[in-house]
Design a protein around this ligand. Structure first.
Ligand SMILES: Cc1ncc(COP(=O)(O)O)c(C=O)c1O
Length: 457
C-alpha cells in the first residue's frame, strides 16, 4: 500500500515520541563515546533513556511506560525491585558496602550457589561475567598446564581479550585492540562433534568453553540434544576441562542452570547476572581439585608460582552478596523458571502466528524464558514454537536483531510501549499474561504498519 501523506513513518514518529531521550542522547554523546555504556544499547537513530523501573516495566525520560524484555540484560528474573531483594540490599547498605575483608554474606552466597549448581563444589566470586570467564580460562590453563582454549562460533563469553573472538561467526578472528598472539591461543570451532574430537586429540587444549544453552542464550542453538553429552565425553577423554558459561542460563534454564536441566556436569561453571540478584557480580564454580588452584598453601613456591592469582576490589561485594542470597533463595523454586518459560513460549507462538497472519517473512525462536526474532527471512520450520530454526545460518541469527527491519520493528514496538532486547528478549516472574497480550497486540500493529509501508517487499 502506498503511504499516505498524512501518516508518519515509524522512524519519524519514534523521533517525536522520544524527543527528550533524543536530547539526553545528544548530551551523553559529548561525554561518553558513542553515547552508550554497553555496545548492545546502541540503537538507531538514538537509544531511549530510562529513569525508573518497577516489576516488568520501566519508564523513559519522555514519560512513556515500557514493558521491559531487557530485564537487566537478563539478570532480573524476579523483575525490577523485587521486595525481598530490595530489602536485603537496604539492610546491607545500613551495615556497610565494602569491608575490605571477608564477610558472612560471601559464605552464605557461595553456599547457595553450591546447593543449586551441580558442578559447584567450591565457588569464587568475581566482579562480572567477563571476569568469571577470564578466571575460568586461567584456572583451566593452570590446572592442565596447557595453553589452547576451544570455543564455539557464535557463543558469547563477555569481552575479555581471550574470548571475544568468534563471537559473531567462525571467521570473526580479528578484534580491534587484541594482539594476534592472544587471539592465537583460542581456536574457534563450529558446533560439530567430529571437528571437536579431531581438535582435542592433539592433546594441547586446556579447556572447551561453551554456552550450554547454545550461543547467545539459544540464538544459535546447539546442533542436537546429544551435543552436550558428546562434548562432555570428548573433553574427558582428552584431559581437557569443560567450562559451561551459564552467565545467562544459570538459574534461568532451571534452578541449577542448563547443566541440571540437561544432566551434563562440566568441570567449571561461570555465573553472573541472576547470581548477584541484578547487582554487579559473577562467579566461577567447579570441581574442588580445579578450584584449589586458587587456594593458598603452606608452600611459598606454590603460592608464588603455581597458584592462580585472583585479586579484585569488588569480588564478593557485600551488596551483591546480599542481593544474590535473597535472589537465589527465590529462584531455587522451579515454579519461577516454569512460569517464565511459559510466558516466553506464548510470546514465540504469538509472534509466529502474527507473522503468518500478515504473510510477513520472519520467525521467532528460542528456548527456556527467551525469544529471538528474525524478520525478512523465511524458515522451513513449520511449528508455532520454534526451537531450532531452519533457513538461517549462524551469522544470520547473530545479526538478525541488527537488521534495518529489526531496527524499524524495535522503534515501532517502543512507540507501542514494548522494549525488546537485541531484537528479542527475556521474561521474568514480574511479567504477566496481560503484558504478553499487550506485547503481541503491539507486534501485530507494528507489523501491519511495516507491511503498509511496503517494508516486506
Ligand atoms: C553467556 C555470557 N557470558 C558472559 C557474559 C559477560 O558477562 P558481563 O556482562 O557480566 O561481563 C555475558 C553477558 O551478557 C553472557 O551472556
Amino acid at each position: 500500500m502506498v503511504q499516505t501523506a498524512t501518516r508518519q513513518s515509524i522512524g519519524a514518529e519514534f523521533t517525536e515520541h522520544f524527543a527528550v531521550s533524543k536530547e539526553r542522547y545528544g548530551r551523553a554523546q559529548t561525554l561518553i563515546p558513542g553515547g552508550v555504556t554497553h555496545d548492545s544499547r546502541h540503537f538507531r537513530p538514538f537509544p531511549v533513556t530510562v529513569d525508573r523501573a518497577e516489576g516488568a516495566h520501566k519508564w523513559s525520560v519522555d514519560g512513556h511506560e515500557l514493558i521491559d524484555y531487557a530485564i537487566g540484560h537478563g539478570s532480573l528474573i524476579l523483575g525490577h525491585n523485587n521486595p525481598l531483594v530490595s530489602t536485603a540490599i537496604r539492610e546491607q547498605l545500613a551495615q556497610g558496602t565494602h569491608f575490605g575483608a571477608g564477610h558472612d554474606g560471601e559464605v552464605r552466597w557461595a553456599d547457595r550457589v553450591r546447593k543449586l549448581i551441580p558442578s559447584a563444589e567450591q565457588v569464587k566470586f568475581t566482579g562480572s561475567g567477563t571476569e568469571a570467564t577470564m578466571l575460568a580460562v586461567r584456572l583451566a590453563r593452570a590446572a592442565t598446564g596447557r595453553k589452547q582454549i576451544v570455543k564455539f562460533a557464535g557463543h558469547f563469553h563477555g569481552w575479555n581479550d581471550y574470548l571475544l573472538k568468534g563471537e559473531r561467526s567462525l571467521t570473526d578472528d580479528h578484534v580491534a585492540g587484541i594482539p594476534e598472539q592472544v587471539l592465537d591461543t583460542v581456536d574457534v570451532l563450529p558446533a560439530d562433534v567430529t571437528a571437536l574430537r579431531e581438535r582435542l586429540a592433539k592433546g594441547d587444549v586446556a579447556a572447551v568453553i561453551m554456552e550450554p544453552s547454545g550461543g547467545s542464550w539459544s540464538m544459535v542453538p546447539l546442533p542436537d540434544d546429544e551435543f552436550l553429552r558428546q562434548v562432555r565425553e570428548a573433553t574427558a577423554a582428552n584431559g581437557t576441562l569443560l567450562i559451561f558459561d551459564e552467565v545467562i542460563s544459570g538459574f534461568r534454564w532451571s534452578p541449577g542452570g542448563a547443566q541440571a536441566k540437561f544432566g551434563v556436569t562440566p568441570d567449571l561453571t561461570t555465573l553472573a547476572k541472576i547470581v548477584a540478584g541484578g547487582l554487579p557480580g559473577g562467579a566461577v564454580a567447579g570441581r574442588l581439585e580445579v578450584m584449589q588452584f586458587l587456594a593458598f598453601k603452606d608452600d611459598p613456591d606454590w603460592n608464588t608460582n603455581r597458584r592462580v592469582r585472583h585479586p579484585g576490589t569488588y569480588n564478593a561485594n557485600p551488596m551483591s552478596a546480599a542481593a544474590g542470597v535473597a535472589c537465589l533463595d527465590l529462584v531455587s523454586d522451579p515454579d519461577v523458571q516454569s512460569y517464565c518459560d511459559d510466558l516466553a513460549a506464548k510470546i514465540r507462538v504469538g509472534m509466529n502466528q502474527t507473522l503468518r497472519h500478515h504473510g510477513a517473512p520472519g520467525f521467532a525462536w528460542g528456548e527456556s524464558s527467551t525469544f529471538h526474532l528474525a524478520l525478512g527471512v523465511e524458515t522451513t520450520s513449520t511449528e508455532d514454537d520454534i526451537r531450532r530454526p531452519q533457513g538461517i545460518d549462524l551469522s544470520g541469527a547473530k545479526s538478525a536483531g541488527k537488521s534495518s527491519l529489526a531496527i524499524t520493528l524495535g522503534q515501532g514496538m517502543l512507540i507501542e510501549g514494548v522494549d525488546l532486547f537485541g531484537g528479542g528478549g527475556l521474561t521474568s516472574v514480574a511479567h504477566s499474561d496481560e503484558d504478553v497480550e499487550r506485547t503481541i497486540a503491539a507486534f501485530d500493529r507494528t507489523l501491519r504498519r511495516m507491511a503498509d509501508d511496503g517494508l516486506f517487499g
